[in-house]
Design a protein around this ligand. Structure first.
Ligand code: SME
Length: 178
């Protein structure tokens, strides 16, 4: 059983504690899906004001042309969600296509936003890139509050994901052989 006491007073310490907890949760476990599931649960429990926390995985397509590239729903906490998201579509698709984090204060103002849950008002999406440059997928956090995520959330999540990225892509989620 895991029982992390996350009691930080400010966001940088909160994410520092969460990064240690995510590291401990995924250490020694080669199964990416299990690791995504536990990290989604950890973030869901520790971060206030979320209505969705989870992962979309890169399931391929042709990286040279971008043809057919899409994300597919991975482990998450929250309401059932959209299953497939083409690269470039919505906030998650933008993060996958650009490989840049997307911190969106008002999702209704984001072109092409995919409303899986009408309650979502703001969103933070962080790409997961493995060593060697393969895009593993994205971490997606949604909130019913407008402007829920700021630069400290973004930096905190980017560092957390960087620490454990190798453990989120340890199985053939994408065509790593070809
Ligand atoms: N709103 C997202 C889709 C994913 S769900 O919110 C879980 C987007 O536009 O990428």
């Amino acid at each position: 059983m895991y029982d992390f006491k996350i009691e930080a007073a400010d966001k940088p310490s909160l994410y520092a504690e969460l990064t240690e907890a995510a590291d401990a949760l995924t250490a020694g476990e080669p199964d990416a899906i299990a690791n995504m599931a536990n990290v989604a649960a950890l973030l869901w429990e520790a971060l206030p004001d979320l209505n969705w926390a989870g992962f979309y995985r890169n399931v391929g397509g042709d990286p040279s042309t971008g043809s057919g590239q899409e994300l597919v729903l991975g482990p998450f906490q929250g309401r059932p969600a959209c299953i497939r998201i083409p690269f470039g579509k919505g906030v998650c698709g933008a993060a996958a296509a650009t490989r840049e984090p997307q911190c969106v204060a008002d999702v209704h103002a984001f072109p092409g936003h995919i409303a899986c849950d009408a309650a979502s008002r703001s969103e933070l999406v962080v790409p997961i890139v493995a060593e060697g440059g393969t895009l593993i997928g994205v971490l997606d956090l949604d909130s019913p509050l407008p402007g829920r995520f700021d630069a400290e959330d973004e930096t905190g999540c980017v560092k957390l994901i960087q620490r454990i990225a190798a453990r989120l892509g340890g199985m053939a989620l994408v065509n790593v052989d070809g």
